[in-house]
Each structure stands twice: as structure tokens, then as C-alpha cells.
Design a protein around this ligand. Structure first.
Ligand SMILES: Cc1cc2nc3c(=O)[nH]c(=O)nc-3n(C[C@H](O)[C@H](O)[C@H](O)COP(=O)(O)O)c2cc1C
Length: 260
């Protein structure tokens, strides 16, 4: 039995979950969603999964675009795993509906809590707390992999329906369209070394260098990869990020996320 895992990750949490899940399932091919977006067909396998982070109580725009870019019918077992900082809302049912619109049926959907990475609002949690979450996530991945191996079919995990209505149904719906151009709030300090790493980690290829400094072009995911991976911590978002601790998963390197 073989599995294909499509993943999107800005700071490595979802990549590590995809890797660990792939190891637990065995015979798994990992495919990056930013790269897969450049192809058209879904690969066939006994099981196909999508692993991604939760953004504003919903799926990232790149995941929505990826799902909409192909047909998902005829797959024997289709599942989704979202990573979140604590509260996924109705993300997984929303992904289920997006797959359904493209002919697919979501067999199961799971959420895993990982360290939050939205530096626009908060800094990284302490390393000891991160390690506790990683340990918990490994236990959870082991449980999820058993359910997937058993081809368990059940409703996607979700929060309480009234809360989902407020978060995914309202805040996500009206907030997500603004993410694309919110990159106007990125700015760069004089510590920028012109290394160009921000260009390489951007999943939307939305950044280039002008006179050695990054410029954003209005097609942003808000994944924070540019800010989090900047070796000089030169990239800022809005007025409050300069003093906030950066985050990326310690087992992931920036080059693991390069699109090209
Ligand atoms: C723009 C943005 C919005 C986020 N919104 C949520 C959210 O609504 N609920 C939540 O629990 N975590 C939220 N998070 C935290 C991420 O889902 C979480 O840290 C995730 O594991 C990051 O995965 P990655 O390292 O693969 O990018 C958000 C992060 C970002 C960057």
C-alpha cells in the first residue's frame, strides 16, 4: 500500500508532520504543494493526504488554489491533516467541501497542535514548551497513522459549530482575501545582508531583490517564511515584530522549503 502526501509549510511544522506521518505509514511520497501547483494531475495511490497549517481558522490560500486546480475523484482514501497553534475552527470541514466541489470525498481529517508562528501577533513560545508540543505531536501522529492504515472513515475534526461559524465562516471568509496584499506591511531594517534567502523560501515566488533588498509584489500567503527564516532578523511586519522571537521548526532547514 502506498501513500502520497501533499504538504504546504511556511516554518516547518507541517513539513515535519508530513515527514513523520510518512515514516509511520511507510511507502510514502512527499510532494510540496507550491511545486505541485505547477503540475495538473493528482497522483494515484492507495491513500492521498494533504498536510497544511491553519491560517485565520481556515486553509491557506495556496492550499485552496491547489485543491481547486485539479480533480480529486476516484481516490480510494483521501485525508487531510492540519497543524495549528491551538484552534483550527472549521478548517477541515471547509477543506472537505473544497475537495467535494472537485469530485473528491474527504475520508477523515485530523488536527495537530504545534507552536504558533504568526509573529505579526506574537513571538515564539519558549523552547521547553515547543519540545513538549513536539512530543505530544509525535504521539498524535502515531495515533493518526494507525487510523489511516485502518482506512478509518469519519467526520473531519472541528471545533464547536457556533465558534466555527464565527471564525471560519465569518472571520476567515472576510479576512483571508486581504492576506494577499497585506505584504505591503513588510519592511526591512539596515541589518539586511542582501542574502536573498527570503526570495527562495517564499512559496508564491512573491519576493525579489531590488538594489539587494527584498520587495513584495502583492501575492502573499502571510506564511511568515520570509520573516522567520531571515538570518539577520531584518524583515519586519508592521510596527511590533522587531522585539518578537522568531520561530521555525528546529528539524527543518530553509532549503527544505525552497520552491525552485
Ligand atoms: C497567517 C497565520 C494565521 C494563523 N492562524 C491560526 C489560526 O487561526 N488558528 C491556529 O490555531 N493557528 C494559527 N496560526 C498558527 C499556525 O497554524 C501554526 O503555527 C502552524 O503549525 C504553522 O505551520 P508551518 O510551520 O507548517 O507553516 C496561524 C499562522 C499564520 C502564519
Amino acid at each position: 500500500m502506498n501513500t502520497i502526501l501533499y504538504y504546504f509549510s511556511g516554518t516547518g511544522n507541517s513539513l515535519v508532520v508530513a515527514r513523520d506521518l510518512g515514516t509511520a505509514l511507510g511507502n510514502t511520497t512527499l510532494i510540496s504543494i507550491p511545486r505541485a501547483l505547477q503540475e495538473s494531475a493528482v497522483g494515484t495511490a492507495d491513500a492521498v493526504g494533504i498536510v497544511f497549517p491553519v491560517y485565520a481558522w481556515g486553509p491557506p490560500r495556496i492550499v485552496v488554489d491547489f485543491i481547486a486546480s485539479r480533480k480529486w475523484h476516484g481516490l480510494p482514501y483521501l485525508f487531510a491533516v492540519c497543524t495549528c497553534g491551538g484552534f483550527p475552527g472549521g478548517t477541515l470541514p471547509k477543506v472537505g467541501r473544497a475537495l467535494c466541489a472537485q469530485g473528491g470525498t474527504l475520508s477523515a481529517g485530523f488536527s495537530i497542535v504545534m507552536p504558533g508562528n504568526y509573529t505579526a501577533m506574537y513571538g515564539a513560545i519558549a523552547e521547553a514548551k515547543q519540545q513538549k508540543l513536539f512530543a505530544r505531536s509525535r504521539t498524535r501522529i502515531a495515533e493518526i497513522s494507525e487510523l489511516i492504515k485502518a482506512r478509518c472513515r469519519r467526520p473531519a475534526e472541528r471545533s464547536f459549530f457556533l465558534v466555527n461559524w464565527l471564525t471560519t465562516g465569518f472571520l476567515y471568509k472576510f479576512g483571508m482575501p486581504h492576506f494577499k496584499t497585506a505584504d505591503a506591511k513588510f519592511w526591512v531594517t539596515d541589518t539586511c545582508t542582501h542574502c536573498g534567502l527570503c526570495v527562495k523560501v517564499c512559496p508564491r515566488l512573491n519576493i525579489d531583490l531590488k538594489d539587494g533588498r527584498p520587495q513584495w509584489h502583492g501575492n502573499c500567503e502571510q506564511c511568515m517564511a520570509c520573516l522567520q527564516w531571515c538570518p539577520a532578523e531584518a524583515i519586519q511586519f508592521g510596527p511590533s515584530t522587531q522585539k518578537r522571537k522568531r520561530y521555525h521548526h528546529p528539524s527543518v532547514k530553509a532549503k527544505d522549503l525552497f520552491v525552485k
